[in-house]
Each structure stands twice: as structure tokens, then as C-alpha cells.
Design a protein around this ligand. Structure first.
Ligand code: ADP
Length: 227
């Protein structure tokens, strides 16, 4: 049996129909194991967002199978997919998308409250994560009072707070200066490796990609190692 957390096989994704059809992925496959960090490096327009949307259950493939933690997601109804998105998948974007009226702790507590956790438990776990990411002292600050690197670390804490199986990130440090980017990236990799997440991280930064376990790209509609 495969120990892949995220597994995609025979995936096809085509936008439009007939002579306007644009095939992004055709019989593509990708497998990511526990604790594995995979960089996704491809030129703009190659299909990175499409792949992240498929893996994040935001889009459905036109063909093929996609499983997360051994659960085949193709047959699931929308409610079940929404629940998996909430509990099994964490997202980190280039811009933090934190809620401006909530402080750092509240932003991290929120996904837990939505998942049914008690406020005291949610706050406690938020504090543990903020501490782990080196920003415990900023817990009661709102996003506007945090630096870019701190905001992004709060966003990372929020993404993993419900202990998802898969972490998907789109240019998570793309908005930061190089030294802050390194700091945030180190915090991210540390978290992935210590929690056994399977991570797929789109980046244009080849230095960061080189620090991950492997790099894939999208070429001729397939997901292939970047050589
Ligand atoms: P990337 O993230 O690598 O820049 P995308 O996955 O956003 O690439 O897009 C890949 C290609 O698919 C692009 O040519 C884009 O215009 C096209 N595309 C993306 N989404 C849609 C859509 N909903 N309908 C039609 N074409 C789309």
C-alpha cells in the first residue's frame, strides 16, 4: 500500500470545449508522503494554480483519481469536500488574508472554533503554535500591527491549526524581503517536518525550492521532476 498522503493519478483538467479547449493536465500524477516538502516551480500560465486548486478540492479534475489520507475525493459530495478542505487541508497564500479586526491569537483560533472546538482550547492551541513560530509575544496584536513576516507566520499557524494532512502554499514568502523570507520559510519547513504534513509549495524562488525534498514542474501537461 502506498504511504502517500496526497495522491493524484491519471488526472486530466481541461478548460473550455471544442476548438477553445485548453488542456492543463493530461494523465498527470503526483504523490506526496508524510513530512515531505515538494516545490512546484513552473512559468506563469503553466497550471500551478490549477494544480493547487485540484489538490485543495477547490476544483474537480475532468478525469483521474485524487486521494487525501487514503480517502478518494472524486466521489465525495460538496459538503464532504468542504469538510475535508476545512479539516484535512491547510492553505497559505502570498498575501496573508488575516482578518483585520481579530488579533493574531483570534485569527489562529477561528478555524478551530468553526470546527467545533471550545474557545479555551482554541486559544490554548493558538498560543502553542504562535510560540512554536516565534511570535508568542505578538499574540494580542492585530495584523496591521505586525510586520510582513509576522503576519505570514500567523497565516501559517492558522493554516495548520486544525492539524491538516496536506499543506498547500502559493508563493508563501513571495511578498517578503529575502531575509524575512528565509525566516518564514524555515518556520514553515520546521512545522511540516515536525508534524508530518505533506506539503506542496508553489514558488518562483529557486533557492527555497532547493531546500525542499524535491521540485516538480508542469511540462507537456504532466507533473514531472524539474531537472
Ligand atoms: P499558473 O498558476 O501557473 O500561472 P493557472 O493554473 O492559473 O497557471 O492557468 C493555467 C492556464 O489555464 C492559463 O492559460 C489560464 O489562462 C488558464 N485558465 C485558468 N483558469 C481558467 C478557467 N477557469 N477557465 C479558462 N481558462 C483558465
Amino acid at each position: 500500500m502506498s504511504n502517500a498522503v496526497l495522491q493524484m493519478q491519471g488526472i486530466n483538467r481541461t478548460y473550455g470545449e471544442g476548438k477553445h479547449a485548453l488542456t492543463i493536465l493530461d494523465d498527470a500524477e503526483l504523490s506526496i508522503s508524510r513530512g515531505e516538502l515538494v516545490a512546484l516551480v513552473a512559468p506563469s500560465g503553466a497550471g500551478k494554480s490549477t494544480l493547487l486548486h485540484l489538490a485543495g478540492l477547490l476544483e474537480r479534475p475532468d478525469a483521474g483519481s485524487l486521494s487525501i489520507g487514503g480517502v478518494e475525493c472524486g466521489q465525495l459530495n460538496d459538503n464532504h469536500r468542504t469538510r475535508m478542505r476545512r479539516l484535512d487541508i491547510g492553505f497559505v497564500y502570498q498575501f496573508h488574508h488575516l482578518l483585520p479586526e481579530l488579533d493574531a491569537r483570534e485569527n489562529v483560533a477561528l478555524p478551530q472554533l468553526i470546527a467545533g472546538c471550545s474557545p479555551s482550547q482554541a486559544n490554548e492551541r493558538a498560543d502553542v503554535l504562535l510560540d512554536h513560530l516565534g511570535i508568542a509575544k505578538r499574540a494580542s496584536h492585530r495584523p496591521s500591527e505586525l510586520s510582513g513576516g509576522e503576519q505570514q507566520r500567523v497565516a501559517i499557524a492558522r493554516a495548520v491549526v486544525n492539524q491538516p494532512k496536506v499543506l498547500l502554499a502559493d508563493e508563501p514568502t513571495g511578498n517578503l524581503d529575502p531575509s524575512t523570507s528565509d525566516l518564514v520559510f524555515d518556520a514553515l519547513t520546521d512545522l511540516v517536518r515536525s508534524t508530518g504534513l505533506a506539503a506542496l509549495i508553489a514558488t518562483h524562488n529557486h533557492d527555497l525550492a532547493a531546500q525542499m525534498d524535491r521540485t516538480v514542474t508542469i511540462r507537456d501537461n504532466k507533473i514531472v521532476p524539474l531537472t
